[in-house]
Design a protein around this ligand. Sequence first.
Ligand SMILES: CC(C)(COP(=O)(O)OP(=O)(O)OC[C@H]1O[C@@H](n2cnc3c(N)ncnc32)[C@H](O)[C@@H]1OP(=O)(O)O)[C@@H](O)C(=O)NCCC(=O)NCCS
Length: 178
Amino acid sequence: MSDDQPAVAPAVVRLPHYTRAEQDEILGDGDDPFGVAAAGLVWLPKEEHFAVRQGGRLVAHAGLLRLPVALGDARTEVVGVGGVAVAPGMRGRGLARLVVAAALDHARTMGPRHALLFCRPPLVPLYRRLGWHPLDQDVLVEQPGNRLVTMPLRTMVTPLRDDARPPAEPVRLFSLPM
Ligand SMILES: CC(C)(COP(=O)(O)OP(=O)(O)OC[C@H]1O[C@@H](n2cnc3c(N)ncnc32)[C@H](O)[C@@H]1OP(=O)(O)O)[C@@H](O)C(=O)NCCC(=O)NCCS
């Protein structure tokens, strides 16, 4: 840890809403701050928001929502995690770890056995470090116009209960991706 980092982890707060304005406060107003525009997907907004403020400014966020899925033939639900974002000047200090951990603490109270997220391939090692596992099987997600598409990004999963193993079955979201 360098000298300019606080010794005490910053507080994670719940945000009542998270709009484009809050996202811009963290990531700036660039066209493609998540680097996923090339995938051409329509995404779901998240419903619960975990964030860090520093000096009155939002600097980190992770969101989540409950989603219906099929794992093979079994209908169930997962917690979808998304919108993980840390302000450019604040990266590499554990803020993504902090907000994702807070989101997962909440997710463990929601019932589903697994949390899922989608990420660009370069972020797989980071999420592995946070305890997530990449899925090898295809993951189908819905898109406008009743289209079902194979997710072009990597899908990662983490257990929300001690006895949950990563699903080996095909995964199909009954929703837009998050
Ligand atoms: C991706 C992003 C959220 C990471 O935020 P961050 O605050 O820099 O991440 P952290 O500092 O919490 O790092 C998390 C862990 O991953 C590790 N890590 C970071 N890069 C890594 C890499 N390339 N390989 C392996 N581990 C890596 C860190 O060392 C840390 O582990 P540790 O706590 O055990 O030391 C941030 O770069 C960002 O906002 N990017 C733009 C938006 C985006 O792409 N979001 C992702 C959407 S899926």
